[in-house]
Design a protein around this ligand. Structure first.
Ligand SMILES: [Zn+2]
Length: 480
């Protein structure tokens, strides 16, 4: 390969401060252990997906008792087709991304990329920024056809996509600009701390990243999300009054409720709670407002108020920050281990290369910790459902809302239990409905228990704590 010769030529010109390049990867225990875990993750992902689809084929043909009257055979077929399509496309996207990463790691191309990023012996900060920018370029380019296909073929085929090509392009550019504006300064500070922060750099870096995340969480609803969507007070004054009554019971302010023009991208329906401090708000998709009855909207709102009232966002932040502290400590402990650099063709430790290698080497392991997050998330969802009952004293509207969400979003009604345990941020629909019906047989629930019908969607509100990714490319499977 060309770059091997380039490196040998380059070596003689290097100053003593520059790392020596040896663009040969080493086949050692570290590499094999990494590959073992990496491939185990891929196998687990494929296996779980296949398990879920096989379960759907076996049980997805008959309407669950509780959904009879809401979902018919035709709808059931649509649900199956959408679930299978999304799962196939999802696994193809994942495996392609993983293959690209393996090529980057195993081809010995990394030292060459580093030499491209740092031709004049730029400092750790500038060199690091360029290195990460170059590394993210192939993934960014590869993601374009996948995003186009996901939106304009998969989502369109099942009647969800309303996005024009223009909206897609503008989303892509805005997302790119935001990553650069927010990500680059953070990365620069992080690299500066690794280089000059002393032995406790990981502690300062953890605090810095934690503060940055709080800032984003605070700014997201008021500054970042409005870059992609229009948020306005609800138009229906009658509904506004009812919402004020309902939220009054929870001691919450109704001015924190907004409707969002989700319909300019997709017909999926959803609602979410987000923000910190004064930026806290409940957001209802316009698609949800048009497809649900008033009492169903109020039930969804009560559920979101539950997330608000039970401090789910701050609790989530505390859990994540505790884990992040462990992560930073771990990275600091192994960042100087020469074997990590030698394995991938670097003869000397360089801070930004180390940051990339250590986080990359450990990311497959994190996959196996995902169920832990899902368990916490489902616990919060159950608490929010309980709070709905506390506020409305009647499970019927919430159950109806869940059924409609499931039907509108073509949610899989019969996920494999292991798949749901591993990935689902919300308890499976049937479980949620059963729980609502059993926990408070209050007035109004009798009719509903004797005439059970319905469903729910796991897509309902994925954003208790939102990231900064543009709300554009809906992941085809909302349960991930
Ligand atoms: Zn929720």
């Amino acid at each position: 390969m060309n770059f091997l010769r380039n490196h040998q030529g380059y070596k003689s010109l290097e100053s003593a401060a520059q790392p020596q390049f040896n663009p040969m990867i080493q086949l050692n225990l570290l590499l094999f252990s990494f590959l073992g875990v990496f491939l185990l993750r891929s196998a687990a992902q494929v296996l779980l997906d296949r398990l879920n689809i096989a379960h759907l084929r076996k049980h997805g043909g008959s309407i669950p008792e509780v959904f009879q009257g809401t979902v018919d055979q035709e709808k059931l077929q649509k649900i199956s087709a959408y679930t299978v399509d999304s799962a196939r496309f999802g696994i193809l996207t994942t495996l392609t991304d993983q293959a690209l990463l393996l090529v980057l790691l195993l081809s010995g191309v990394l030292p060459w990329i580093q030499s491209l990023a740092n031709p004049f012996g730029l400092g750790v900060v500038t060199g690091g920024l360029l290195f990460f920018a170059l590394l993210s370029l192939p993934g960014f380019i590869l993601d374009i056809p996948f995003s186009l296909y996901g939106n304009f073929v998969i989502e369109a085929r099942h009647g969800f996509n309303t996005k024009t090509l223009r909206v897609w392009v503008v989303d892509l550019l805005k997302g790119l600009l935001l990553s650069a504006l927010l990500g680059a300064p953070l990365l620069a500070l992080l690299l500066f701390l690794i280089q000059s922060g002393g032995p406790l750099w990981w502690l300062w870096a953890w605090a810095l990243v934690g503060l940055f995340e709080l800032l984003i969480l605070w700014l997201y609803p008021v500054l970042l999300a409005p870059l992609f969507n229009k948020f306005e007070p609800l138009a229906n004054q009658d509904l506004v009054r009812k919402i004020a009554d309902l939220l009054g019971k929870a001691d919450l302010k109704a001015k924190g409720v907004f409707q969002m023009d989700a319909s300019r991208r997709s017909r999926h329906t959803n609602a979410y709670f987000t923000g910190l401090g004064k930026s806290k708000r409940i957001v209802l998709y316009d698609t949800l407002l048009t497809s649900h009855t008033e009492e169903e909207i109020l039930a969804v709102l009560a559920h979101e108020a539950g997330h608000w009232k039970k401090w789910h966002v701050p609790k989530q932040v505390i859990i994540l920050e505790a884990l992040s502290l462990l992560g930073f400590y771990g990275v600091a402990k192994i960042l100087d281990v020469p074997l990590i650099y030698q394995t991938f063709g670097f003869s000397q430790p360089v801070a930004y290369v180390g940051l990339f290698l250590v986080t990359t080497l450990f990311s497959p392991l994190l996959y196996f910790a995902e169920p832990l997050g899902a368990v916490f998330s489902r616990r919060f969802e159950r608490e929010a459902d309980d709070y709905t009952l506390l506020l409305t004293r009647d499970p019927a509207p919430m159950v109806k809302a869940l059924k409609r969400l499931a039907s509108d979003n073509l949610s899989n009604l019969t996920p494999h239990p292991l798949y749901a345990w591993f990935y689902y941020s919300h308890p499976p629909l049937l479980e949620r409905i059963r729980r609502l019906q059993e926990s408070l047989p209050g007035p109004g629930s009798t009719e509903f228990l004797s005439n059970p019908a319905g469903a729910f969607s796991a897509a309902e509100h994925r954003k208790r704590a939102d990231g900064i990714s543009p709300p554009g490319g809906n992941p085809p499977n909302p349960n991930h």
